[in-house]
Write a protein that binds this ligand. Structure first.
Ligand code: TYD
Length: 207
């Protein structure tokens, strides 16, 4: 049992999650005097950084869908046990850039696997059943999101546009399945408007 609050940020490529994470943590720390930890998946721990480089290197094009999914779960299990849970147990607010919904979307729904029960059970095992108090899903047309990216694309960003369209459809589907936990925000606007909308949901969860 813990008294902390877990907020996860989800969305396709270039949706603005990292900018939002920064703005939210500054707001909660400076204006609300709360203790906030921000992290991301994959790569929130030392082990996670190594797993992240395997997952995102373009040379790893041969990864099979199941091994890819399980590598994300290994990253997550380590992250939950060594960083997220200890922070929640100290009553902190933990903001994580991507969590289980990304796995269900990128490794299942976007590949045409609509029955995600088996995937959810493995995610549950990785997280020990930890479910976010709030998930902010930044919804954006992938053509706009991909155009926002700078620098060379990683293995997953390099997938065909159709895959990224399926990612968007997958997140929208998950939002419909969990409307109380997942709040959809239009990310096709300026970062301040996204932040204002996100702040509204966060304050509701804190109240
Ligand atoms: P990252 O550079 O952190 O992307 P972003 O800034 O868009 O979050 O890379 C994370 C990539 O990993 C991103 O393409 C989504 C993908 N991913 C999955 O496919 N499954 C997962 O479970 C997670 C956590 C991420």
């Amino acid at each position: 049992m813990h008294a902390g609050i877990l907020i996860t940020l989800e969305g396709g490529e270039g949706a603005g999650k990292s900018t939002l994470a920064k703005k939210l943590s500054e707001f909660l720390m400076k204006e609300k005097n709360l203790f906030v930890v921000t992290s991301r998946e994959p790569g929130g721990t030392e082990l996670g950084k190594r797993i992240r480089s395997i997952l995102l290197e373009k040379e790893m094009a041969f990864l099979t869908p199941r091994s890819e999914f399980l590598l994300f779960q290994a990253d997550r299990a380590e992250h939950v046990e060594t960083l997220i849970l200890p922070a929640l147990e100290q009553d902190m607010i933990v903001i994580v850039d991507r969590f289980t919904d990304s796995s269900l979307v990128y490794q299942a729904l976007a590949l045409g696997i609509s029955s995600t029960d088996e995937y959810e059970r493995v995610c549950d095992f990785a997280t020990g059943g930890l479910v976010p108090n709030l998930t902010l899903y930044l919804d954006l047309d992938p053509e706009i999101g991909l155009a926002r990216l700078s620098g060379p694309k990683d293995r997953i960003e390099s997938h065909h546009l159709d895959f990224h369209k399926q990612v968007r459809a997958g997140f929208q589907e998950l939002q419909k399945r969990h409307p109380h936990r997942i709040k959809q925000i239009d990310a096709n606007c300026d970062p301040d408007s996204v932040f204002e909308e996100a702040k509204k949901w966060v304050l509701q969860v804190l109240a």
